[in-house]
Design a protein around this ligand. Structure first.
Ligand code: NAD
Length: 462
């Protein structure tokens, strides 16, 4: 796999279940990236002039095309990044079904603002920024691009889209379905890895919409500083779950296992740290062990498989190294933790107990199928202190049957979203936010949509 477009002219697109080559994809050079941005720049005024309702209608029609393509596109997602076919098709259908509603939300969020009777002559409108770069990851290779592309386009921007180097064909199909409903130049596609992404950030774009790791987010922020490009950065996490003595243990254990292992743990808001009160820890851990043992892994195309492989050899090596370090530091390996022989980047469902607050795995994003359990003394203070002891702040959840305690703890957890006696929730139209170093800006909700515009206030003299 290439890491720079300069070093090699192609990326090797590999099937993670077998390691087989799917395709060699040529990387866009910096010159080709600039040409794509120029085409998007040229197309932008006419796209903006079309009007917001017509733009939203184009996105809604794209949503119908996407829904019709759910089965083949889902199969492609599984082939490129390994998730189970059921969840890949579910991802496509879920986002296809949501495009039209989100486009409507953008229309509402960008409605002109007036200031009441005393200032009838003042109006604020939301103008497009120009060209938006969409740089996205592989773990939800349909959903993450759309979380940027939909609001950017409906707001009247044009977009240059760079999908992940692990899911280039999914990105290409998504672009093709969008382009079928858009005038030429409104959605440009560039392929490649980090160097192509960096070239896109360097190019003459007005905004970078990025979903990916914290490390890449920092690089993008540095690179964008020179020309003060607008940024929305949705980054990684190390989400805690705090289980108090009075929790529904069965439900809490199910949540811990499901949301540590779902998508082979490759979810930004996976449960990455489970804090359980000492008094109920033995019982809780036994339930977690029992449940995790039911999580089979295998080729995501096969029936009954709950987890596909990890996306790449590098990702598996990272998970393996973290688990090994945790055991060396004193954690107990209760399930899994042994890399299987044979082809494909499989890693079993793994449970670690006795994880300490000082262990490496407590602080680095794992992004793999590991349930990491740490005991705490059962007090709100220690539970909250441990949970907040991270540079991240994407999600968090708290389990207790005492509503007053739930409210106090939810208020003290530093996270963009908190689940109480459930995993993270939210509603259609609520924002997707990361606190601290999990993000900069946010997606969704009226404020999120407005970040793809510049507000302009017009005052008319009497
Ligand atoms: P990554 O940061 O390695 O890559 C993301 C994208 O950035 C890819 O398209 C990549 O080619 C590109 N890129 C790499 N270097 C670049 C550079 N210097 N300049 C511009 N672009 C560059 O992340 P990943 O491995 O693809 O995805 C996993 C990460 O994404 C995890 O940390 C996960 O938590 C995070 N994530 C966050 C959210 C969220 O909503 N907060 C959602 C999904 C994934």
């Amino acid at each position: 796999m290439s890491t720079t477009a300069q070093a090699t002219a192609t990326i090797a697109n590999l099937d993670p279940a077998s390691g087989d080559l799917i395709a060699e994809i040529p990387c866009a050079t910096a010159e080709e990236v600039r040409a794509a941005v120029d085409r998007a720049r040229a197309a932008q005024p006419a796209w903006a002039d079309l009007g917001i309702e017509a733009r939203a209608a184009a996105l809604a029609r794209f949503g119908e095309r996407l829904a019709a393509d759910a089965e083949p596109l889902g199969a492609l997602v599984t082939r490129e990044m390994g998730k189970t076919l059921r969840s890949a098709v579910g991802e496509v259908k879920g986002y296809a079904g949501g495009v039209s509603a989100e486009a409507k939300e953008v229309v509402e969020a960008l409605a002109p603002i007036s200031y009441g009777d005393k200032a009838k002559n003042v109006t604020t409108v939301h103008e497009p920024l120009g060209v938006v770069a969409a740089v996205t990851p592989w773990n939800f290779p349909v959903g993450m691009p759309l979380s940027i592309i939909t609001p950017a386009l409906v707001a009247g921007n044009t977009v240059v889209f760079k999908p992940s180097e692990h899911t280039p064909l999914t990105g290409a199909r998504l672009a093709e379905l969008l382009q079928a409903e858009l005038p030429a130049g409104v959605l440009e596609l560039v392929q490649g890895a980090g160097a192509t992404g960096a070239a896109l950030v360097e190019a003459d774009v007005d905004m970078v919409g990025f979903v990916g790791s914290r490390a890449t987010g920092q690089r993008i922020m540095n690179a964008a500083a020179g020309s003060l490009k607008r940024l929305v950065l949705e980054l990684g996490g190390k989400d805690p779950m705090v289980v108090f003595e009075d929790a529904d243990l069965e439900a809490a254990a199910r949540c811990a296992v499901e949301h540590s292992l779902r998508n082979t743990g490759q979810v930004c808001c996976s449960v990455e740290r489970v804090y359980v009160a000492d008094a109920i820890a033995d019982e809780f851990e036994a339930k977690v062990v029992e449940l995790a043992q039911q999580w089979t892994h295998g080729d995501g195309r096969e029936d009954g498989v709950k987890m596909g492989p990890l996306v790449s050899e590098g990702q598996r090596a990272k998970v393996e190294a973290q688990v090994r370090a945790a055991v060396e530091e004193g954690a107990q390996l209760r399930v899994g933790g042994v890399q299987p022989e044979g082809a494909g980047w499989f890693y079993p469902a793994t449970v670690l107990t006795g994880v300490d607050q000082g262990h490496r795995i407590t602080h680095e994003e794992t992004f793999g199928p590991v349930v990491a359990v740490t005991r705490f003394d059962g007090s709100e203070d220690q539970g909250v202190r441990f949970a907040n002891d991270t540079v991240y702040g994407l999600g968090a959840n708290v389990w207790t049957t005492d509503p007053a305690r739930a409210a106090r703890v939810a208020a003290r957890l530093r996270a963009g979203q908190v689940g109480v006696n459930r995993y993270l929730g939210g509603a259609s139209g609520s924002p997707w936010v990361g606190a601290r170093q999990s993000g900069f800006g946010h997606l969704g909700g009226p404020d999120g949509h407005r970040q793809f515009t510049v507000p302009k206030t017009i005052t008319i003299g009497r």
